[in-house]
Write a protein that binds this ligand. Structure first.
Ligand code: PLP
Length: 438
């Protein structure tokens, strides 16, 4: 059966796993093991030399994680996936798999604060320059590219500005320069959005968020579309060249990726697994892989309620007398609303910002007055979450960087959950009321 023809709900429930013959376990088993018994010495040697597929050690591969990776690839109709211990590890691996000291990447500036800090400070220590641009105009990416640029990066829906970039135009610019476009799709996983349909080449996820869905586990993933021309321009020896850490084995040639034009050749995720993951070890634990599989099984159902509730909350807040502004792209007042309608027919996620009359002081009072909503540093839990970005998630940014990322002192970020929407609105109303009593 062609897996690509099945519906999304079927894929999240079935792909990548069949009950095994020995036990018939219907749920995906948790293979809580560090290592795997070799049949004999030749078998062990072949596995280490990548001459035959199989499991060696859970830092690199694990059967529970393998199902998660296959399912993530399947829901995106992608060539491959690599699970990691966190979203940050996925972002770090996706960039450093193909970028080295002296090179640069071009990134939109409206990013999750942790990614902004990684790009500004930590990558700099490794000699990688990140050129931030206003991603609202795709041409800004073109202007920042030079011969040492190795990739373009942006988020599907910017956090917390809720901006929506013209991904198609950015992808065209990337491909015209033989560069891949990497998109952080954490806020809008399928069925909300599949950036591969808009030209992206690689996705990164914090699985911690809507995919896990219940606020229980930290994890991340890279998903690779396949079909990117890594050989063009000779820019990516990490992918297409001999690998000195495998006695100069050339995996690209061994897998015949070039000839196959590699639509099904998961070379990027494979090289990240046998290189960076092997050497730096941010592996997802089998237990967490299981929990993310549980989340995936209901993702399409939950995703729809998240976006429905978000729109209802956004409409309510927009007309509330104590709210001074709101930035949900699902509302006609947002500058990217047309793009939201075109690219996100279900709705553009469930995370957005709003300002409270009374500014910073009222904002703090609001956060401390919510009862149903939780004041936590997370988004896209099943529950509704609120936070004050300037004092927390974006605290490490300079005032100028905060302004670029759309973070203001009076901003509250809300991640709308799955509660009955009437109860969310009641809680917001009572907290808004209290925010004014100083
Ligand atoms: C858009 C986005 N990307 C990446 C991350 C980092 O993910 P993690 O916390 O799983 O490392 C986050 C975390 O909040 C995020 O919101």
């Amino acid at each position: 059966m062609n897996v690509k023809k099945k519906g999304l709900m079927t894929r999240v429930l079935h792909d990548g796993h069949q009950p095994d013959r020995e036990t018939g376990s219907r749920a995906v088993p948790i293979y809580q093991t560090t290592s795997y018994a070799f049949r004999d010495c030749d078998h062990a040697a072949n596995l280490f030399a990548l001459k035959e597929p199989g499991y060696i050690y859970t830092r690199i591969m694990n059967p529970t994680t393998d199902v998660l990776e296959k399912r993530l690839a399947s829901i995106h109709e992608a060539a491959g996936s690599l699970a990691t211990a966190s979203g940050m590890a996925a972002i770090f691996y996706s960039v450093t798999s193909i970028t080295r000291a002296g090179q640069n990447i071009v990134s939109g500036s409206n990013l999750y604060g942790g990614t902004h800090t990684l790009f500004t400070h930590t990558l700099k220590r490794f000699g990688i320059e990140v050129r931030f641009v206003d991603s609202g105009d795709a041409e800004n990416f073109a202007r920042a590219i030079d011969r040492d640029t190795r990739l373009l990066f942006t988020e599907s829906v910017g956090n917390p500005r809720c901006n929506i970039d013209d991904l198609e135009a950015i992808a065209k610019i990337a491909h015209a320069h033989d560069l891949p476009l990497i998109v952080d799709n954490t806020s809008t996983p399928p069925p909300i959005f599949n950036p591969f349909e808009w030209g992206a080449d690689i996705l990164v996820y914090s699985l911690t968020k809507m995919i896990g869905g219940h606020g229980t586990s930290i994890g991340g993933a890279i998903v690779e579309k396949g079909g990117f021309g890594w050989e063009r321009g000779g820019k990516y020896p990490e992918i297409t060249g001999p690998d000195p850490s495998y006695h100069d084995l050339n995996v690209w040639e061994a897998m015949d990726c070039e000839k196959k034009e590699q639509p099904d050749c998961p070379i990027f995720t494979l090289k990240a697994r046998i290189g960076l993951l092997r050497d730096t070890g941010a592996a997802l634990s089998p237990m967490n892989s299981f929990l993310f599989l549980q989340g995936l099984e209901t993702l399409p159902l939950r995703a729809k309620v998240h976006v429905e509730n978000a729109l209802a909350v956004a409409r309510h807040l927009e007309t509330h007398p104590l709210v001074s502004w709101i930035n949900y792209a699902g509302l006609p007042s947002h500058p990217d609303h047309e793009r939201c309608l075109k690219m996100f027919p279900l709705g553009c996620g469930a995370v957005f910002g709003f300002g409270i009359k009374g500014g910073l002081t009222a904002g703090k009072k609001f956060i401390e007055s919510v009862e149903l909503c939780s004041h936590v540093a997370n988004i896209l839990d099943a529950r509704t979450l609120v936070i004050h970005p300037a004092g927390t998630t974006h605290q490490q940014l300079s005032p100028g960087e905060q302004a670029e990322a759309g973070v203001t002192g009076d901003m509250i970020r809300i991640s709308v959950g799955l509660e009955d929407v009437r109860d969310i609105l009641d809680d917001l109303d009572q907290a808004l009321e209290k925010s004014q009593k100083l």
